[in-house]
Design a protein around this ligand. Structure first.
Ligand code: G16
Length: 547
């Protein structure tokens, strides 16, 4: 039954700066809350898409401040623009991987995720919006660039005049001719996880006394982790901490690293530490894995999961290939070489994995920025990574520390660290990058940090599937011994610029696998600072965050 509701066309003028970054449009809440700001972007998005009339849109977010307001606007605009159905998570909640899962399972036209990921939330903090295509993954650059172009010429948007939809009651209602279906945000996702993992083996692991602490960081994964870990797998009540999504994430950064996941780090450093610690981020796509007495770098996690994925039923047939973003360490490449499977190196941004996954060229992908995922969806997936680790631990019957050390002994250890200089002046950051672009190619053949430089360039990528290209993706300095220094500016910040410096060194000798990474990399870290004159260009003597 359709109810006619008036469709309004509201006159508007363009806003500057609505260009999506590494992962959608991220701005302060105060920017998004200006009248017409979100509406302009959403109309520009709908104007850039073809053929959705009568189709299904999936909508959900990480529950941060402004989420509910934005969901109501999007529902009314989707109705006015001709969508046939919107599936929206109860309370406006859907994790990023769950959006991808729901789009794929229900063959939706696309989806909108409301999140600024690991950035803080609240009235003075960050908000974000990103669009995912029908394959379930982030829109490729040709789409985001078309949206941006449209934001610069927009003169009106369409919205229905109707009362707000009750987001807290499951089931269907209508908004004009469009059906709004409020869905359980966890159900489809949990069902997919059951198909991928050996749930009995993990259940037996927990029944045998294995203890996990999962820090949901007051963000979106709380309900997912409680249902799957405590509900379906029998982990002890209290396994999930900070499990209720809060609009301001309890005042913290919902970023699963050793700096921000301090509640978890405290538990893992305590006298009676559990066997495994894990955390996820604001929108549920990132993960951090800890064992008792050991931190697994995201780069190592990708390598170890690639070597062990066959232990999970969903990957029993093996891994077709593995992809990592350029700044991610090359640990996974060594596994791929041994398995005789291809390894791909892409620019930073999950969207670059989409074509490889769609073409079946890779099964697993990962990034140094705490992202790991597979072809089960088209986003990185925090809880999925935790479940795969649990599956591997259950099948191998070894501790996380033993699995990691055993991996290093077999493949060598890649010492790795990322140094972030957050909130630096944008001009200084641009000048630093220009300086590197001008000088780094000339380093080839010279000696830096006692090593011969064999590569000095600005990473450019040609997608092997669709031939699309991306330039200026990060300055690389490669050394003859396999060490690397990489510099890039973050594409996800909302204030000033963030310089990221990625440093790695390969150590084949197992007798030297017990160093502190900062010590193991000390000479390369010093060289990274002097080659780029970081102090001179940024005025900073030390990084703000080291991971
Ligand atoms: C996003 C992207 C990732 C990227 C990360 C950091 O993750 O999806 O591919 O690695 O940002 O990007 P940058 O170094 O440009 O800040 P998320 O979890 O923030 O959506």
């Amino acid at each position: 039954m359709s109810h006619s509701v008036p469709v309004q066309t509201v006159a508007t003028t363009p806003f500057e700066g609505q260009r999506p970054g590494t992962s959608g449009l991220r701005k302060k809440v105060k920017v998004f809350a200006q009248s017409h700001y979100l509406e302009n972007f959403v109309q520009a998005l709908f104007d850039s898409l073809d053929g959705f009339s009568g189709g299904t849109l999936v909508v959900g977010g990480d529950g941060r401040y402004h989420n509910r307001t934005a969901v109501q606007v999007i529902l009314k605009m989707a109705a006015a623009n001709g969508f046939g159905r919107v599936k929206v998570g109860r309370g406006g909640i859907l994790s990023t991987p769950a959006v991808s899962c729901v789009i794929r399972k229900h063959k939706a036209f696309g989806g909108i995720v409301l999140s600024a990921s690991h950035n803080p939330g609240g009235p003075d903090e960050d908000f974000g919006i990103k669009y995912n295509v029908s394959a379930g993954g982030p829109a490729p650059e040709k789409v985001t660039e078309a949206v941006y172009a449209r934001t610069q010429t927009i003169s009106g948007y369409r919205i229905v005049e109707a009362p707000d939809v009750d987001l807290d009651r499951l089931g269907e209602t209508t908004l004009g001719d469009m059906v709004v279906e409020v869905i359980d945000p966890v159900a489809d996702y949990a069902e997919l996880m059951e198909q991928l993992f050996d749930m009995d083996a993990i259940r037996a692991l927990f029944a045998g006394g294995f203890r996990l602490c999962f820090d949901a960081m007051h963000a979106v994964t709380g309900p997912y982790a409680r249902e799957i870990l405590e509900g379906r797998l029998g982990a002890a009540p209290g396994t999930v901490i900070n499990g209720t999504p809060l609009e301001d994430f309890g005042g913290g950064h919902p970023d699963p690293n050793l700096v921000h996941a301090h509640d978890l780090v405290e538990v893992m450093e305590g006298a009676d530490a559990p066997d495994m610690g894990a955390a996820s981020d604001g929108d549920g796509d990132r993960n951090m894995i800890l064992g008792r007495g050991i931190y697994v770098t995201p780069s190592d996690s990708l390598a170890i999961l690639t070597a062990n994925a066959h232990l999970a039923p969903g990957y029993a047939r093996g891994v077709a290939g593995v992809a990592r973003s350029m700044p991610t360490s090359r640990a996974a490449d060594r596994v791929a070489e041994k398995l005789g499977i291809p390894a791909f190196e892409t620019p930073t941004g999950w969207k670059f994995f989409g074509t490889l996954l769609d073409a079946g060229k890779v099964t697993l992908c990962g990034e140094e920025s705490f992202g790991t995922g597979s072809d089960h969806v088209r986003e990185k997936d925090g809880l999925w990574a935790v479940l795969l680790w649990l599956n591997v631990v259950a099948k191998r019957g070894e501790s996380i520390a033993d699995i990691v050390r055993g991996h290093w002994a077999e493949y060598g250890r890649t010492y790795y660290s990322r140094h972030d200089y957050e909130g630096i002046d944008s001009d200084g950051a641009d000048r630093l990058m220009a300086h590197l672009r001008a000088t780094v190619p000339g380093l080839v053949g010279q000696t830096v940090a006692g090593r011969e430089v064999v590569l000095g360039d600005d990473f450019a990528y040609t997608d092997p599937v669709d031939g699309s290209t991306a330039a200026k993706q990060g300055i690389r300095i490669g050394f003859a011994d396999g060490s690397r220094i990489v510099y890039r500016l973050s594409g996800t910040g909302t204030a000033g610029a963030t310089l990221r410096v990625y440093i790695e060194r390969y150590e084949p000798d197992a007798a030297r696998h017990d160093l502190d990474p900062q010590e193991a990399l000390a000479d390369l870290i010093a060289a990274a600072g002097s080659v780029a004159d970081i102090a001179g260009f940024t005025g900073r003597e030390a990084p703000t965050v080291i991971t």
